[in-house]
Design a protein around this ligand. Structure first.
Ligand code: CS2
Ligand code: MN
Length: 357
């Protein structure tokens, strides 16, 4: 079990808090001030890893090393940015990193229409309302940045959002096929390095799992994932299976995906969503019964495959007033409840297995 942490002075939660959550062994980290394409200095990596380890955690997983848009668009400058990416992979390997999570979504990372939608129990959570997806991405970006307040949000960097017109222009000729070709080009260069230094790449699916603002989205269903894994057929070319990103499309059979791709999943994100009849969805507690993701079945599927990868509670609700202090989706309380709920299920599965053998 791991926990995503945004770093000293950049998170409302401290490593000392996290240590008190039963079962959490690793910190999922990143250099969050780095824009895609920037060099990661070895000194910074070293001190972050040392800090995390000094509190008794492993620092095996980085989420994310973001991919520069020029790579996704396929511009001539991509080779430079791929060289920088490779340099980061090599440096991370030197400090023991085992898994790198990244995504290949054009322009934006995850998209929601409301960062603090009030739920019936008085808590609040990230919400996606189909009809509230404004057609103007700039309006969307302004809304997200306003909601995030003092916190930076990966994928919504103000520097990039300031250039949205240019970015959208550059993506005009990029359809699903071109984006897929550009992903293959990227993978063909980085995966041999990953094999050499033993770092597994784990792509994060698109969130939500359908196209928005006319931009292509290529990691959002079982077929897409099959296609992706075949682009470079190596165990180092793997997945972050995020139940909350794939879950809003009820056709995505999550346990089936786990059975099908078990040996290529290196990182499991567990998040629950409640999908409404009109297609809107809300993020909810990790408890299976609260939403459409059957978290018990998901964990059972991993358990059946004797999953050895990393797992973390993904987005939680904001509880007990913490939304005033925390990054959207990344408060302390609900993720801690989620981690504990999952640990409970995993412990039961372990016990049952031991009793049966
Ligand atoms: C994460 C993603 O917060 C989240 O929903 O699961 O933002 C994830 O970190 C990125 O897409 C991976 O690059
Ligand atoms: Mn996720």
């Amino acid at each position: 079990m791991t926990w995503r942490w945004y770093g000293d002075n950049n998170d409302s939660i401290t490593l000392d808090h996290i240590r008190q959550i039963p079962g959490v062994e690793g910190i999922v980290w990143s250099l969050h001030d780095k824009l895609a394409g920037e060099i990661w200095e070895e000194e910074r990596i070293k001190s972050e890893v040392e800090l995390i380890k000094s509190k008794g955690f492993n620092a095996d997983v980085v989420e994310s090393v973001n991919v520069h848009d020029d790579i996704k668009i396929g511009l001539a400058s991509r080779d430079h940015y791929i060289d920088v990416y490779i340099d980061t992979i090599r440096k991370l390997a030197k400090y023991g990193v085992k898994v790198i999570c990244y995504n290949f979504m054009p322009v934006f990372d995850w998209t929601r229409t409301d960062l603090y939608r009030q739920l019936p129990d008085g808590s609040n959570a990230l919400f996606y309302e189909k009809d509230a997806i404004v057609t103007d991405p700039k309006e969307m970006a302004a809304k997200i940045l306003k909601g995030a307040g003092k916190f930076t949000m990966p994928g919504w960097e103000p520097e990039r959002m300031a250039k949205l017109d240019e970015l959208f222009d550059a993506y005009k000729t990029v359809d699903d096929q071109v984006l897929t070709d550009n992903l293959k080009y990227f993978l063909e260069r980085i995966i041999p390095v990953c094999e050499e230094v033993d770092v597994k790449m784990a792509i994060h699916p698109d969130d939500p799992p359908w196209p928005i603002f006319g931009l292509p989205r290529i990691i959002r269903s079982k077929d897409h994932i099959v296609n992706f894994l075949n682009l470079v057929d190596s165990p180092y070319n793997g997945l972050t299976l995020c139940t909350g990103s794939l879950g809003p499309n009820l056709k995505n059979d999550l346990p089936d995906m786990i059975h099908s791709f078990a040996d290529r999943i290196h990182f499991a994100h567990i998040r629950n969503v409640k999908v409404y009849d009109n297609g809107d969805f809300s993020e909810v507690s990790h408890r299976g019964k609260d939403g459409n993701v059957d978290v018990y079945e998901v964990l059972k599927a991993y358990h059946q495959h004797d999953f050895k990868g990393y797992i973390r509670p993904d987005h939680g609700r904001h509880l007990w007033g913490e939304e005033k202090e925390c990054r959207p989706g990344y408060g302390l309380y609900d993720r801690a409840l989620g981690a504990m709920y999952m640990t409970g299920i995993i412990d039961s599965l372990d016990k049952r297995k031991a009793e049966q053998s």
